[in-house]
Design a protein around this ligand. Structure first.
Ligand SMILES: O=P(O)(O)OC[C@H]1O[C@](O)(COP(=O)(O)O)[C@@H](O)[C@@H]1O
Ligand SMILES: [Mg+2]
Ligand SMILES: [Mg+2]
Length: 369
């Protein structure tokens, strides 16, 4: 019996590169360095740095607070260091930006600078670390402006402010029961599983497609009182199940690791919402556009899913700041389109007699919309 051929990540990238006969190999080299960073982070997440980080809540918190005002976990900082250290030396990058760094990261002048920009969330869902729930890393590769490439100058915030449709590659690693790497280079989505014996990401999910329909949604329901009317309406209808306007029951999930929710949706469909809300008017959403929403959005679209702010396709949004937040809705196409339709329709008064919004309701509606 012949064992079926299994491709490594390297072999997959060589195959993809055949589409671009003039390619220098820089792009693939960068993606392999990123994969190496993810392997190193997987090890740190699994075992704890020097065995001392996990299972010891005091050790998990660093003293620093990031630009988002969030307390950094030690593993946030360690993961950020892996990303910068594994990718800065190869000569492919003009600069980087990360959730954990206030300003763009400069490739040291002693090293060669290249033509790509890297943006990343080194550890997504890090509030889950101390309870041993799946976390991940998210990254996006953009082309640096030509003038940056030609001059080799330091990068500035404006260089990174490119809409998601201009991404060249996006991926995430998932540190779950197995470590996986999900990648798009603009030609569909492929999933790789880390073989711990070989230390290699092996191609296990060659062409991931998200089903167009679903009966599963994910949203943080504790924010219900801050949601806008179209989102309230959608969730209301899902919860009403068979007896409601949708005529079918829905299931709900919330992990609080966007990367883990994205993975579930890639594997079996579903819809994820962290919509714009009124919780904090200075923050028009929870998730960060450049290094959370856009890369996951690119992956989703390449897998046939739909990605939106509710009001417009997410990948068309012109960023205005490095750490900008955005309302994000993605997943099974027909459900996302439905929510977009709800946003486009004139505002409807919420039915306060509905069990969800009534006096003794699950989500009490206090503001007439
Ligand atoms: O606590 P909440 O509101 O459920 O937030 C969960 C969201 O926050 C995030 O964890 C933010 O990511 P970070 O851990 O990188 O800050 C998302 O992955 C997730 O969807
Ligand atoms: Mg995150
Ligand atoms: Mg993070």
């Amino acid at each position: 019996m012949v064992t079926p051929r299994r491709f490594t990540l390297t072999q997959y990238l060589i195959e993809q590169r055949r589409r671009f006969p003039g390619a220098s190999g820089d792009f693939n080299a960068l993606l392999l360095d990123l994969a190496l960073a993810c392997k190193a982070i997987a090890r740190s997440v699994a075992f704890g740095e020097l065995g001392g980080v996990l299972g010891n809540p005091a050790a998990e918190v660093s003293t620093a607070v990031n630009v988002q005002g969030e307390q950094q976990k030690k593993l946030d900082v360690i993961s950020n260091d892996y990303f910068t250290q594994m990718t800065e030396w190869g000569g492919q990058l003009a600069g980087m930006a990360s959730e954990e760094m206030d300003e763009p990261y400069q490739i040291p002048a002693t090293l060669q600078r290249g033509k790509y920009l890297l943006v990343f969330d080194p550890l997504d869902g890090s509030s889950n670390i101390d309870v041993n729930v799946t976390v991940g890393s998210i990254f996006s590769v953009l082309r640096a402006p030509q003038e940056v490439i030609d001059s080799g100058r330091d990068v500035v915030e404006a260089d990174f402010l490119q809409p998601g449709c201009q991404q060249l590659a996006a991926g995430y690693a998932l540190y779950g029961p197995t470590t996986m790497l999900i990648l798009t280079v603009g030609n569909g989505v492929a999933g790789f599983t880390l073989d711990p014996n070989l230390g290699q990401f092996m191609l296990t999910h060659p062409d991931i497609r998200v089903p167009e329909d679903t009966q599963e949604f994910a949203i943080n329901a504790s924010n219900a009182r801050f949601w806008e009317a179209p989102v309230k309406r959608y969730v209301d209808e899902c919860l009403a199940g068979k007896t409601g306007p949708r005529g079918k029951d829905f299931n709900m999930r919330w992990i609080a690791s966007m990367v883990a929710e994205a993975h579930r949706i890639l594997m079996r469909g579903g819809i994820f919402m962290y919509p714009r809300d009124t919780k904090d008017l200075a923050k028009p959403g929870r998730l960060r556009l450049l290094y959370e929403a856009n890369p996951v959005g690119f992956i989703m679209e390449q897998a046939g899913a739909r990605v939106s702010t509710g009001r417009e396709p997410l990948l068309n949004v012109q960023p205005t700041a490095l750490h900008q937040r955005i309302g994000l809705i993605f997943g099974s196409k027909n459900e996302v389109e439905r929510i977009e339709r709800y946003h486009a329709e004139p505002a409807k008064a919420v039915d306060t007699h509905h069990p969800l919004f009534g006096e003794r309701s699950l989500f009490r509606e206090e503001v007439a919309l």
